[in-house]
Design a protein around this ligand. Structure first.
Ligand code: MSP
Length: 528
């Protein structure tokens, strides 16, 4: 049984400010990391920035800066955003750091010594923006980049090549033996049908035309191809190859660690084909899974800095709070599918789920406990009213389903499961009509309703804690849950909440004025 967890985001290009697409991926990884910690796994969570390459150099020169100055400024904004969004990463790797550069050189040397890398020359269609070479077929008659649709240009240069042909069968075997290696499964089929079956060419892994990169020790004219450089971050950050490689031993080498790379659909080829090949060549362990999430679009277009149709997460977080944005990102679009960011859905999601469902349940429950029981949650008793049993069963079922979903990286489904319990509890208030029970003096039934409600809220708050990093604590504070019960283990016993004093606090989930807020969010969406 694996007892450790290593999760990584892609390392982002600091070629422009972070947008909500970057926040989407990082937040979902953070939620997974927090879930694993909640479950007691020793967890390591890595993010960072991918700072080399021609594209960055060009951006820097346009901004009249050295590449290093240019990236330093943008990287500091990425770091600020992750702090603001309460991202709990354990490290932040930058590909311009010496600890990383050394490892890229070592990886190259290892593969070179194994004769998996040879010197040749390259002619192909190159997209500067995506730092990728394309074949004639891929660039098509109009010579456009299949990823970003920009014009590509022909380039010929001396280059080192990685022998993909040698590893193709190993990749197919990997997929066959581990059907969830590249997940969702449709992505694996895409890899096979789009890239492997048509014939995978050897990969150019060095450049002579770009000096903003990691120099290859075997031949100083060359720098490492930016993707070889970037992918290596996942092990360089752990100290691979250095004297101080404790983290590498613990979180990569140890088979008891589950290793997950989370990436966007645009970069699956690099992670699901080339990265495992490099690792095989270097004789290193492979990750367990590459989870490919969908992309957020705006008005049907992929959101990207270069297209200028981005939404910045900063003003959203400032106005609506970290938890609201985290909740929206994890709940609105099913993790693994593409989705669209719209101001209308953003506002509606916060109003319906957080204000109407969760906020209302909390306010009603705390107010009624104050009104009917002087603010003390009655002790739990099973099966008193005719509606209790169903709620009790649902609490246990919810916890089980939540775990199954989360363990399978189905984050949206896991959160929906927790929110279903909240909805059921709201319905339970309507079914049991506590105000009628009070009028009729049915104290025992009234007490049972209150304690069932408090227990539903308690369990929901713990289950939602990887997402709602502040408000889940706020819910537990208002319920008066003692510190020693604020953990995952405690919720597994039914009805532990009782004889505690609630504290009515501030409104945790204020209702938004729909039209006003839609207008505000619209004003943040810069269009081309
Ligand atoms: N630097 C490379 C990754 C190297 S990883 C070894 C890169 N960087 S990127 O900044 O362009 O994008 C990285 C990731 O950001 C995407 O794979 C995706 O996870 C996330 N997103 C970027 N735009 C996005 C959306 N519009 N929607 C959702 N995620 C987005 O590629």
């Amino acid at each position: 049984m694996k007892n450790k967890f290593y999760i990584t985001t892609p390392i982002y290009y600091p070629s422009g400010d972070a947008h909500i697409g970057h926040a989407y991926c990082t937040t979902l990884c953070d939620i997974l990391a927090r879930y694993k910690r909640l479950r007691g796994f020793e967890t390591y969570f890595l993010t960072g920035t991918d700072e080399h390459g021609q594209k960055i150099k060009e951006h820097a020169s346009k901004a009249n800066k050295t590449p290093q100055e240019y990236v330093d400024e943008i990287v500091s904004k990425f770091k600020k955003l992750w702090e603001l969004m309460e991202i709990s990463n354990d490290d932040f790797i930058r590909t311009t750091e010496p600890r990383h550069i050394k490892v890229v050189q070592e990886m190259f040397s290892k593969m070179y010594k194994k004769e998996d890398i040879y010197l040749g020359s390259y002619k192909g269609w190159y997209c500067t923006e995506c730092e990728a070479f394309w074949t004639d077929i891929q660039a098509g008659p109009n010579h456009l980049c299949p990823d970003c649709n920009r014009p590509v240009h022909e380039e010929t240069e001396e280059s080192y090549f990685f022998k993909c042909s040698k590893y193709v069968n190993n990749i197919l075997k990997l997929y066959n033996d581990n059907p969830k290696f590249c997940f969702p499964e449709s992505r694996m089929h895409e890899m096979v049908n789009t890239f492997i079956k048509p014939g995978l060419q050897d990969l150019s892994v060095s450049r002579t035309s770009n000096d903003w990169g990691v120099p290859i020790l075997e031949n100083k004219k060359h720098t490492a191809y930016v993707w070889l450089d970037a992918l290596t971050n996942y092990i360089s950050a752990l100290g691979y190859g250095s004297k101080d490689d404790g983290l590498y031993k613990k979180f990569w080498e140890d088979p008891n660690t589950e290793i997950i790379h989370v990436i966007g659909a645009d970069i699956s080829r690099f992670h699901c084909i080339y990265w495992p090949m490099f690792l095989m060549s270097a004789g290193l362990r492979l990750p367990d899974r590459v989870f490919v999430h969908g992309l957020l679009r705006i008005k049907d277009e992929k959101m990207s800095k270069s297209k200028g149709n981005v939404v910045s997460p900063f003003p959203l977080v400032e106005r609506y709070g970290v938890d609201a944005v985290r909740y929206y990102l994890s709940r609105e679009v099913t993790f693994g599918r593409d989705g669209e960011f719209t101001p209308e859905q953003f506002v509606e999601r916060l109003n319906v789920d957080l204000a109407n469902q969760l906020g209302n349940l909390l306010n009603r429950t705390v107010s009624m406990i104050i009104k009917y029981f002087d603010g003390v949650v009655p002790a739990f008793k099973s099966n008193v009213t005719k509606f209790d049993k169903e709620v009790e069963d649902l609490i246990s079922a919810t916890i089980k389903e939540y775990e199954i979903n989360f363990d399978d990286l189905k984050i949206t489904e896991a959160i929906t499961t927790a929110m279903n319990l909240v909805n059921r509890a709201n319905k339970y208030i309507d079914e049991t009509t506590p105000w009628v029970l009070s009028k009729e003096g049915k104290q025992e039934e009234l007490a049972s309703v209150m304690s069932h409600l408090a227990n539903c809220l308690y369990v929901s708050a713990i289950l939602l804690s990887p997402v709602l990093v502040h408000q889940s604590k706020g819910i537990l504070d208002q319920l008066g849950v003692p510190e020693e019960l604020r953990n995952y283990k405690s919720i597994s016993k039914l009805g532990v909440i009782g004889n505690i004093k609630v504290n009515k606090g501030d409104q945790l989930f204020p209702r938004l004025e729909v039209n006003k807020e839609i207008e505000y969010v619209k004003s943040l969406m810069q269009s081309k």
